[in-house]
Design a protein around this ligand. Structure first.
Ligand SMILES: Cc1cc2nc3c(=O)[nH]c(=O)nc-3n(C[C@H](O)[C@H](O)[C@H](O)COP(=O)(O)OP(=O)(O)OC[C@H]3O[C@@H](n4cnc5c(N)ncnc54)[C@H](O)[C@@H]3O)c2cc1C
Length: 502
């Protein structure tokens, strides 16, 4: 006889997999459903010119230590690697000539580009004396202690001036979050900065305090063989616990029956015929899964659509000002380019939206950043990855054929690395589209997440998790999903212990 399902997890990204593991570890029968044909979402890999590479996320932030301890729990600690300490560069309009661009190293002692030492040489190279002196005025201004700042960009501009915002913070914000700093919520993207600002009495003081309090070493880590090892290791753990993972399966509707103390969830799912799993035109079968508990770990729009009919508490959520996810196009080039052995721009380049000569928003020199990739590639062979797409703007690659995009990527890589790269240098090219994957941490995110939490708390036996609530990035997603899974397993164990059938 088939074992009844205790928990259905909708969405097989990292959040869904992590929450599923929390439940499965205590013996609950868990089923994960995932609409695409692979789990892991943008934590994925591909093989190009014989090299195994990341095709989405390539690292994790070490802040908080949660990702590292989760990785340890999975037995992957031996695979954790740190990137090259050389750091990234900035590509900006020149300070004096309006139509020229310049490349400079990103100053070291900062947080999201905000300088801890506004007068230091590396900061002055980016914003000039005028910009540095304006930024230094932050040290002399009083701090408003009533209320707190929300917009990262507004705070930076107010305290340190336009040049710091445009030339240091915006390129980092758009490189990491694809969003303008003005639209980013400080408490999500720089946890602790507001508090440190009040204590230190200045923004640069707050930045220095945050950096002093951070653990020594790199603030990001990666995994040997690529970040896709992470979802693969979670899947292996889930398989050991007999978790069913149904890919190519979409949750289309939810219903709840039973009592608040003993609810039953019915999840309507459609599944592509096994004979043609990737053919969208193929016939789909519809069935219903029932379970005592439900974890929704899809992207925001899908989650809101699913919960909307469940009760009044969810009605207002759809009306909130949810940001649309940003579509990101990644291009990966494998190149024969011995001139890149010298790592001319450190580990990569963050590009100002005002740069006159480049369309990409960021470039990662993968073989400069990760020693394990360089070793696999050998001398003279290089991997560079360029990303395209900024929040609130049409993606500039939308109308480009693969051939046109390859030419654009090669042009941008030449300009950003300062090394002419000919078409004949290209050994392999890949285009990866992440259309619905990046939920920006925009203004009002904590308040919106709080409203979702309240609606969830008013509904027994359900949890919702994922980057759209937790904040983008594994360091936010994994702790949020662990907590969601933990609440469900506590509720389930409570029922098991006190329920009438036990
Ligand atoms: C290009 C790119 C690079 C990134 N780089 C980094 C990085 O270097 N470091 C870092 O920490 N973070 C990075 N991120 C962010 C990080 O990858 C995400 O924050 C994280 O993977 C989100 O996980 P999630 O489970 O919340 O969402 P997702 O991975 O999006 O998972 C949601 C899942 O739900 C599925 N789904 C949706 N609707 C349904 C349905 N109705 N039925 C069934 N399944 C459904 C989706 O197919 C998807 O698999 C990057 C993101 C992108 C796009």
């Amino acid at each position: 006889m088939t074992r009844p399902i205790d928990v259905v997890v909708i969405g097989g990204g990292v959040a869904g997999l992590v929450a599923a593991r929390e439940c499965a570890q205590v013996g609950l029968a868990v089923t994960v459903i995932e609409t695409t044909d692979a789990v892991g979402g943008p934590v994925a890999g591909h093989v190009l010119d014989g090299l195994t590479l990341d095709s989405g996320a390539e690292s994790f932030a070490v802040r908080g230590g949660t990702v590292a301890s989760f990785i340890e729990d999975l037995g992957l600690t031996d695979q954790v690697v740190a990137p090259n300490v050389a750091g990234a560069w900035l590509h900006l309009p020149a300070l004096k000539q309006a139509d020229a661009a310049m490349s400079v190293p990103l100053p070291k002692a900062g947080v999201l580009g905000i300088p801890g030492s506004p007068l230091s040489d590396d900061v002055r190279r980016v914003i000039g004396w005028k910009g540095s002196l304006r930024a230094y005025a932050d040290r002399l201004m009083p701090v408003l202690t009533i209320g707190r700042e929300h917009s990262l960009g507004d705070l930076v501009k107010k305290r340190m001036g336009q040049r710091v915002l445009d030339r240091l913070v915006e390129p980092v914000a758009s490189g990491v979050y694809t969003t303008s700093a003005v639209d980013l919520e400080i408490d999500v993207v720089a946890p602790g900065l507001n508090r440190a600002l009040t204590t230190a009495g200045s923004l640069s003081g707050a930045v220095s305090a945050l950096r002093a309090g951070a653990p020594a070493g790199s603030n990001v880590g990666g995994l040997l063989g690529g970040m896709a090892s992470l979802p693969a290791a979670i899947v292996a753990a889930l398989q050991r616990h007999d978790v069913a993972i149904l890919t190519g399966t979409t949750a289309t509707a939810l219903a709840r029956s039973g009592t608040d103390d003993a609810p039953t969830w019915s999840v309507t799912v459609t599944r592509q015929a096994d004979a043609a799993p990737t053919d969208p035109a193929a016939e789909r079968t519809t069935s219903t899964l029932t379970a005592r508990y439900l974890i929704i770990a899809t992207q925001g729009a899908q989650a809101l659509r699913l919960v909307n009919p469940l009760g009044d508490q969810f009605d207002a959520l759809a009306e909130l000002d949810w940001p649309a996810p940003t579509a990101v196009t990644l291009t990966t080039l494998v190149l024969d380019a011995p001139a890149l052995d010298a790592h001319p721009r450190g580990t990569g380049v963050l590009v100002s939206a005002d740069a006159p000569d480049v369309t990409a928003k960021a470039l990662t020199h993968v073989t400069a950043k990760w020693a394990w990739v360089a070793e696999a590639a050998g001398p003279g062979r290089h991997v560079v990855r360029l990303s395209y797409g900024r929040a609130g703007q049409p993606n500039p690659t939308d109308d480009l054929s693969d051939k046109e995009l390859q030419a654009l990527a090669l042009h941008d890589a030449s300009a950003l690395l300062g090394v002419p790269l000919a078409a004949a240098a290209v050994r392999a090219f890949a285009r990866t589209e992440w259309r619905d994957a990046l939920s920006p941490a925009t203004l009002g995110a904590p308040e919106r997440a709080q409203q979702v939490r309240e609606a969830v708390a008013a509904t027994p036996a359900i949890e919702i998790t994922g980057a759209w609530l937790a904040g983008t990035g594994l360091a936010s997603v994994i702790p949020h999903a662990l907590e969601a899974g933990d609440r469900i397993r506590h509720a389930a164990l409570g029922l098991t212990i006190t329920g009438p059938d036990e």
